[in-house]
Ligand binder design. Structure first.
Ligand code: AGP
Length: 612
């Protein structure tokens, strides 16, 4: 949450910073700000609102300079306002900094700084850092003062700092919040995430916790908090700029929904061939998986959409690989004392690899001896680096706050993992294994077909766009799909209340709310519980609810149970969560669009949840 950028190189610095910032806006969008350093000192512009509002403010300013920092905010301490927006400055306005994270001991630091005569302007935790550096800089060089201040902070941070006393450097540091260095030609970048620098460079250095940098236009020095130098070479990023742009779509979310055939193909690429009856992973993943015995436990940790993928993962690993699995919300796992030991493999599922709760869960499990395997999209992210092995989804950058292609590619990685373990543990008859492997190979083609439901879905969206409550119901593999469908809708269309339930649970409470016209989305694709789902549909219809049914193509009888029908390609039940995800995403998207919602940047949310 919050995006930060630092830049040093060539003018015009403002355009470079704003361009990068607009690519980080998925991380926070309640306020934005910029500080530019030139011969006349530091000039700071900041305001509540989006990057476009900041851009409008800057339109009539002539801001030259070759060094600057900028920030987009997701408020933690202090309401979104002009004053609380970053950058924050010291008493004399001689240094400015931007911050992503939370300083937990800010109150005690602030009290001390106030007693030393510092004057504060904002209600943020961040401002204490500016004053702390100012205080230490009375006796130390700027670099030393910065490192000294960092040693006093408790909590999480990614920081970028500029100061008039050292106009040829940008300082940065990370602890618990992501930060990368982009290496250009005669210019250098510091950013929360790779898309911010993709227009300028694909050479990137990933920083670790407790690392500090001093960046000039020609290079970067990385060091520990104590100033001990660290050597690290840049990596080449495979993502390109086009993948981080809308390319003609109205929203990133719609673009990413349509990218799913390709995203899933990328997850399968080089790991499963329809001709060879085997799954191939990289060496570290293979070593970890080959040590996993069938009586060992897997604990899946994730949040939000990734948790829904984990729920599907639990079903398939238990059914096909016969391995006992627990799936837990990372935010619960980290505080509830669940026993893990060296006989536990923790599987962390995360698109960003930076989600604070998942990262904390991974660290806790690791400290208790568990092995960590992760399914992750962002290379070089914290969770990827702290895992013993990683199955990268290779879905490309996901910019929209609502997760779409990351979800279906996480499911695909789970299918690969399940088939790998089913085979290595001899849990599945070879003929059945081959059938499933062939089904998995066909997923990209089936997703493409599922996308063709969009026209029908637009009409359904029009019919139900003014409803204020929705239920989503499914059973077995599609119980998590129901939760995911509901999350998509309420996340991007905040005027609508939506809940996902196991269809069999309706009669234990939620059915009491059903009244005339209440829309209920049913997942009724082919499965061993299909008839049970039909009974649940009838229970809703008997109470005059409206049933929007997603069913398998070729089902001749379903129409009589449905007020609105979406037919999706037939597939094995375990693959159906991928196929039904597509109409669920499209339905949420088109309802939100008709309700004129801010689809890519819904209120109160941020893409990467790096605070607790
Ligand atoms: C999904 O639409 C959400 N934006 C959210 O639930 C997300 O999946 C969750 O925050 C986990 O993120 P991660 O995959 O990056 O860890």
């Amino acid at each position: 949450m919050c995006g930060i950028i630092g830049y040093i190189g060539k003018p015009p610095v403002v355009e470079t910073l704003l361009d990068g910032l607009s690519r980080l806006e998925y991380r926070g969008y309640d306020s934005a700000g910029i500080a530019v350093l030139n011969g006349n000192g530091i000039r700071v512009y900041k305001r509540a609102g989006k990057v476009k509002d900041l851009r409008a403010t800057l339109q009539h300013q002539s801001l030259d300079g070759h060094v600057g920092i900028s920030h987009c905010r997701w408020a933690t301490h202090g309401v979104p306002s002009d004053i609380n927006a970053h950058p924050h400055v010291d008493c004399r306005g001689q240094l400015a900094l931007v911050h992503n994270g939370i300083i937990e001991n800010y109150a005690e630091l602030k009290a001390k700084l106030l007693s030393q005569g510092h004057r504060f302007q904002s209600q943020t935790d961040t401002e204490v850092i500016a004053h702390l550096v100012e205080e230490h800089a009375k006796r130390l060089s700027l670099g030393e003062a910065f490192r000294k201040a960092l040693q006093e902070l408790r909590g999480s941070y990614a920081l970028a700092l500029v100061a008039t006393s050292d106009p040829n450097h940008v300082y940065g540091a990370r602890c618990g919040s992501p930060l990368i260095v982009g290496v250009g030609k005669g210019e250098m970048f510091l950013a929360s995430d790779v898309p911010a620098v993709l227009a300028k460079t694909r050479r990137v250095i990933y920083l670790n916790d407790q690392e500090v940098i001093e960046m000039s236009s020609s290079g970067v020095q990385i060091m520990t908090l104590e100033g001990k130098p660290i050597k690290r070479k840049p990596s080449q990023v495979t993502w390109n700029l086009a993948s981080a742009q809308k390319e003609g779509y109205d929203h990133f979310m719609l673009k990413e929904i349509h990218e799913q055939p390709n995203a899933v193909e990328q997850t399968l690429f080089n790991r499963l061939a329809s001709t060879a009856p085997q799954i191939t992973f990289d060496r570290r993943t293979t070593t970890l998986l080959n040590r996993l015995s069938p009586d060992e436990r897997i604990v899946i940790l994730a949040c939000g959409t990734a948790y829904h993928a984990g729920m599907v993962g639990e079903y398939m690993l238990e059914e096909f690989a016969k391995i006992p699995v627990d799936v837990d919300l990372a935010s619960e796992f980290r505080y509830r004392g669940i026993p893990v030991d060296p006989n536990t493999t923790v599987l962390a599922i995360t698109q960003s690899g930076e989600t604070a709760d998942t990262l904390a869960g991974v660290r806790l499990a690791k400290s208790q001896g568990a092995k960590i395997l992760s399914i992750c999209n962002v290379m070089g992210s914290s969770i990827a680096r702290e895992s013993d092995a990683v199955i990268y989804t290779h879905a490309g950058p996901e910019i929209a706050v609502a997760s779409t292609k990351a979800y279906t590619s996480q499911l695909t990685a789970l299918y690969l993992l399940t088939l790998y373990l089913a085979k290595s543990h001899g849990a599945l008859d070879p003929k059945r294994w081959q059938e499933l492997a062939e089904g998995l190979c066909r997923l990209p083609e089936l997703i493409e077909k599922a996308l063709s439901t969009e026209r029908a879905i637009k009409l359904i969206a029009r019919r139900y766009a003014s409803a204020r409550d929705f239920y989503y119901l499914g059973r077995r593999y599609n119980f998590p799909s129901a939760m995911e469908g509901a999350l998509k809708l309420k996340e991007i269309c905040p005027t609508i209340h939506a809940e996902g339930y196991a269809a069999g649970e309706m009669k234990h409470g939620p059915i009491s709310l059903i009244r005339k016209g209440w829309p209920v989305v049913f997942l009724a694709t082919d499965s061993p519980v299909y008839e049970k789902v039909i009974s649940n549909i009838e229970e809703v219809r008997a109470r005059k609810g409206e049933c929007i049914v997603i069913a398998s193509e070729g089902n001749k009888t379903i129409r009589r149970h449905a007020d609105a029908l979406i037919a999706v390609p037939k597939t094995e039940e375990l693959f159906s969560p991928v196929i039904v995800a597509v109409p669920l995403q499209l339905l949420a998207y088109h309802i939100a669009k008709l309700n004129k919602c801010d689809i890519d940047q819904p209120p109160n949310l941020a893409k990467s949840v790096t605070v607790e």
